[in-house]
Design a protein around this ligand. Structure first.
Ligand SMILES: *Cc1c(COP(=O)(O)O)cnc(C)c1O
Length: 387
């Protein structure tokens, strides 16, 4: 078992190389590193790829989620429905905006927001719901939309785990009113850190552009361009801008956008590669007594970010230890938010989430993982099961 000792398989790995470096080089050669033409282009290409009218580049999905709510101007203290199992940023965005989260229980098999519990928890005080496509598995958007329309809720999709994925033939992020994406280094595609907000609403697009750029109504690149060719009055006033809202410094810069342009060209391939690896895992584990798939993987057109398994509660920690001693990284995505001290006071009954999270394990998944790596990981699990 020398093999075991020498292996070290990480959980995620960004798939970056010469394409990204060449793209960054163009930005360096232009000598404009801030928000500029590369971001313009990335936003346009992203809109075309996703199939939305407007995309607004920001420096994280946390910022995207915050702006999605902040740009609405909801009265303070109103409520936002959030699934119990998600990354903390989904709920932080609610608190940042002076609103309060109501945690909705999850469906035990898909780990996404359960429409029945959504209907049970919604009140007249609710202004929005954030649907999270956990691990890349689509939340049940038709049911969520139908409840949201009935109660007049804004629908935000947290697509941090699902960039490029589709649901019923339509890209995730275009089902609700606003789609928020993450390009953090571990996610489906990366810009180092970064995010994108998608919408079809022209007025919202304008507001988001102000809010991400400290409230300024025209960005510096556009002002610099104005200085080259409009009327002389415009040229003389190229420095002029107005601020009407206390916006944030949340913009994406051109270095990140350059990486994003190169990554976008690889995104479909990376998602397809992850789907192949998931199929390999599922095949290797299909007759296991110990392990079940952690999500109901529907691989066609998918943008899965996580490969998760479910085991009996008492087996989770021992299996994670066995994987660790075989050089295999694992994780848990995610502990229900009301179990964190910050969110304990918002616990209004999320029993399924509290049960199921103790059974989930995330296994390595990234484009450069090999079938041989997957077979090795499956073998470690099968050996654990046999002993
Ligand atoms: C990673 C993640 C975020 C936050 O993304 P950042 O780009 O790191 O801010 C939000 N929601 C979910 C579900 C995530 O997994």
């Amino acid at each position: 078992m020398d093999d075991r000792r020498s292996r070290s398989i990480r959980l995620f790995k960004p798939y970056v190389g010469d394409e990204e470096l060449n793209s960054i080089r163009e930005v360096f050669e232009r000598g404009w590193l801030g928000m500029g033409p590369a971001l313009d282009r990335f936003e346009q290409e992203w809109s075309k790829y996703i199939g939305c009218a407007y995309s607004v580049g920001v420096n994280s999905c946390t910022a995207a989620l915050h702006l999605a709510l902040a740009a609405q101007g909801f009265p303070q203290g109103k409520k936002v429905l959030v699934p119990a199992i998600t990354f903390v940023s989904t709920a932080h965005a609610v608190l940042y905006s002076g609103l309060e989260p109501i945690f909705v229980d999850v469906d035990e098999s898909s780990l996404t927001l359960d429409p029945e519990d959504l209907e049970r928890k919604v009140t007249a005080d609710c202004v929005a719901v954030i649907a999270v496509h956990l691990g890349g598995h689509a939340a049940p958007m038709e049911e969520i939309l139908s409840i949201a329309r009935r109660y007049g809720l804004l629908v935000v999709e947290d697509c941090a785990n699902s960039a490029g994925g589709s649901y019923r033939g339509r890209k995730l992020g275009t089902w609700g009113d606003i789609g928020c994406f993450s390009f953090e280094e571990k996610k489906n595609m990366t810009t180092g850190d970064g995010g994108m907000i998608c919408t079809n609403d022209p007025a919202l697009n304008e507001r988001l552009r102000q809010w991400r750029w400290v409230g300024i109504d025209r960005d510096t690149w556009k002002r610099a361009q104005t200085g080259q060719g409009d009327t002389s009055a415009d040229q003389a006033r190229h420095w002029y801008y107005e601020v009407a809202v206390p916006g944030y410094k949340y913009n994406m810069n051109d270095i990140a956008a350059a990486i994003g342009l190169a990554q976008l060209r690889k995104l479909d391939w990376m998602n397809a590669r992850r789907a192949e690896l998931i199929a390999r895992y599922l095949d290797g584990l299909q007759d296991s007594e110990l392990v079940r798939p952690g999500l109901p993987y529907e691989l066609s057109g998918s943008g899965y970010w996580l490969f998760m398994i479910k085991v009996g509660e008492r087996w989770r920690d021992p299996l994670m230890m066995a994987l660790r001693s075989a050089g295999i990284a694992t994780g848990v995505h995610f502990m229900p938010l009301p179990l964190h001290p910050l969110y304990a006071r918002y616990d209004t009954g999320i029993e399924r989430a509290k049960r199921v999270w103790k059974r989930i394990i995330t296994l390595p998944l990234f484009p450069e993982l090999t079938f041989e790596d997957v077979d090795y990981i499956v073998n470690v699990i099968r050996n654990f099961e046999a002993n």
